[in-house]
Design a protein around this ligand. Structure first.
Ligand code: ADP
Ligand code: MG
Length: 632
């Protein structure tokens, strides 16, 4: 069929379009990020397929993105040599919201009135309509003819076979007919800035068609002719004077020709310029990378606005070689404990080729908040993701990554401890205001955001439990508001005769602080860890002891304070003595003072009902025996 077939957008798409257009108009520029990221995804897909199916690359092995503004036609074209789309792909991907993720996002967006955050989410292809009133997608996939998709965001789109035939070879070309208020996106300087801002770390070359205006020095013919004329005249004058003065004239004074006359002219050159780094940051040496670079890369891969709390860039060797760049985000995402959903936080590369960001088991699930990149030369490239999943090497990578992340957190904790020490010694001021506070209490911040994960780790990761226990933090009855204590700090502060670590669990700080259980401990200045997370008590069950001190729930039935114990014991004993008084009286009376000087309830016997002992100041039974034997 040669003429375009009209299709209706799925209802949700129309809603999405309306939301995008109404809420992102101040942040239009993100369209470029979205389209470049789609191009990059498409390149990754064909490269991945090409690893096992050589013939898929018959149409070319160049992986690149080209961006071409056209001021005259007021268009912007983004072209990639990626996988392209078949007719079905076009209908499914650019006409319906297939992914449940987008759907869920849409629902959430409809519920909340605050659309200001929408730019953080991948609003995807449809963001093209932020800047364009018509979008044309020309695409060629190996399995179909070259096709043209077009829409003017009017609830419909058309799909046509391209009458020009196959001009792309393979890939996709997106032509944006820019709206009047989006003309700025034909300006290559603006485009260059945007690519730098959002897409610098895209792993494929991005070429921008630039028009540069250079000033060039060229010969000035007109000026030159005038200058030559003047020179001729001067020369003639000199010749004349030579004739008049004869031989006395100095040859040195003969006028010399002046430098060639030139002028400056503006020259316009059009050329493709490769503008992104495209050398993966994690393959570079840490000494060449600034903190700002690391932060920028994080923002690029995470689409977060905040910088990360901390990061670690390292190479692992022995057993399995890989490079990794890992980040702890500043804030926890909302779906952190929806383990059924993949967070796609750590991207796996093999020899710089992107393999997947949905690898189960690259990290234990409690570390699902960590973001970053892992790149190994040791994993097989031409192997399915499923096989990779069970690879021994992958297990080794997981183990090393886990250890590294725990070390990274511990490092953050150590730094915070040092800061607190300086504060307590008056060498540093206590933080004021949110910003200073986050800076001086990075680990506490981390605990507030990801403490649940660490608690879960204590439960689930037996191998690393001891290290994870060191990362636990709790407010206590003795710390100031907003300060948290580690078990180590607690043990260091324990009273000399205190043998256990006391804790109290409840639903809220208000509840635990008003608990009658802590009143008495407060009086004796005994510190109590306060636990208010639902998972805390489960976690504590796995913390048998810390530095030889067991953990004791002060709300538990069997709990008594050390002082309390003696008093309770005294009372119990008095009750026993009182109970046996009749028996004692009976025995004293019947035995008489000749056979027993005293009858007493005693703690000395356990199983035997009674025992004969010597009086305190009398001779012992043993001595009595010896005496009687001597008497023989
Ligand atoms: P997402 O990228 O999150 O999947 P988008 O709305 O950005 O969502 O894109 C929707 C789908 O359209 C993509 O998943 C992909 O299948 C397809 N697509 C978009 N752009 C391209 C492209 N340049 N090449 C190939 N397929 C593309
Ligand atoms: Mg996308």
């Amino acid at each position: 069929e040669k003429s375009g077939v009209k299709h209706e957008f799925q209802a949700e798409i129309n809603q999405l379009l309306a939301i995008i257009i109404n809420s992102l108009y101040t942040n239009k520029e993100i369209f470029l990020r979205e389209l470049i990221s789609n191009a990059s995804d498409a390149l990754n897909k064909i490269r991945f397929i090409g690893l096992t199916e050589k013939e898929a690359l018959a149409s070319g092995e160049t992986y690149e993105i080209r961006i071409q503004p056209d001021k005259e036609r007021n268009t912007l074209t983004i072209r990639d040599t990626g996988i392209g789309m078949t007719r079905n792909d076009l209908l499914n991907n650019l006409g319906t919201i297939a992914k449940s993720g987008t759907k869920a996002f849409l629902e959430k967006l409809q519920k909340s009135s605050d659309h200001s955050l929408i730019g953080q989410f991948g609003v995807g292809f449809y963001s093209a309509f932020l800047v364009a009133d018509q979008v044309v997608v020309v695409t060629k996939n190996n399995d179909d003819k070259q096709l043209i998709w077009t829409s003017a965001a009017d609830n419909t789109f058309t799909v046509t076979e391209d009458p020009r035939g196959d001009t792309l070879g393979r890939g996709t070309e997106i032509i944006l007919h820019l709206k009047d208020d989006a003309k700025i996106y034909t300006d290559d300087l603006e485009l260059r800035n945007l690519i730098g801002k959002y897409s610098e770390f895209i792993q494929h070359p991005i070429h921008l068609y630039t028009t540069s205006v250079d000033n060039k020095e060229i010969p000035d013919e007109e000026g030159q002719a005038k200058q030559d004329e003047e020179y001729e005249a001067e020369l003639a004058k000199w010749e004349q004077s030579r004739i008049e003065k004869g031989e006395e004239v100095d040859e040195e004074e003969k006028p010399k020709p002046k430098a060639k006359k030139t002028k400056w002219e503006q020259q316009t050159t059009n050329e493709w310029k490769w503008i992104n780094q495209a050398r993966p940051i994690w393959t570079r040496s840490p000494s060449d990378i600034t903190e700002a670079d690391y932060h920028q890369f994080y923002r690029a891969i995470s689409r977060e606005f905040d910088n990360p709390l901390t990061y670690s860039h390292f190479s692992a060797e022995g057993g399995v070689d890989f490079k990794a760049l890992l980040y702890v985000p500043f804030k926890a995402p909302q779906n952190l404990f929806d383990f059924g959903k993949k967070l796609a936080n750590v991207k796996l590369y093999v020899k710089r080729v992107f393999i997947t960001d949905a690898m189960d088991d690259l990290l234990p699930r409690y570390l699902n908040f960590v973001r970053g990149v892992v790149d190994s030369d040791d994993l097989p490239l031409n192997v399915s993701r499923e096989i990779l999943q069970h690879s021994k090497l992958l297990r080794k990578i997981k183990k090393k990554l886990t250890a590294k992340i725990i070390a990274m957190l511990q490092d953050l904790a150590n730094k915070e401890k040092e800061i607190k020490r300086l504060e307590s010694e008056g060498e540093r001021k206590r933080p004021k205001g949110d910003k200073e506070w986050d800076e001086a209490r990075k680990y506490t911040k981390c605990w507030k955001e990801f403490g649940k994960n660490i608690r879960l780790g204590v439960i689930e990761d037996e191998d690393n439990r001891k290290k994870l226990i060191n990362l636990l933090r709790y407010p206590t009855t003795l710390t100031e508001t907003d300060e948290y204590a580690s078990l180590d700090e607690y043990v260091d502060r324990m009273k000399p005769d205190q043998e256990q670590i006391y804790f109290l669990a409840g639903e809220s700080m208000k509840e635990v602080l008003s608990s009658p259980f802590i009143e008495k401990l407060k009086q004796s200045e005994l510190e109590v860890l306060l636990m208010t997370d639902a998972i805390d008590e489960y976690t504590i069950q796995h913390v048998k002891e810390h530095r030889g001190k067991t953990l004791q729930n002060i709300a538990s039935e069997e709990f008594t304070l050390p002082g309390d114990k003696e008093e309770a014991e005294k009372n119990r004993w008095e009750a026993i003595v009182k109970n046996f008084e009749p028996l004692v009286k009976f025995l004293e009376k019947n035995l008489g003072s000749s056979k027993a000087s005293k009858v007493q309830v005693s703690k000395r016997v356990t199983n035997t009902p009674c025992v004969l002992v010597s009086p305190k100041y009398g001779i012992s039974a043993n001595m009595q025996k010896i005496q009687s034997s001597q008497a023989l």
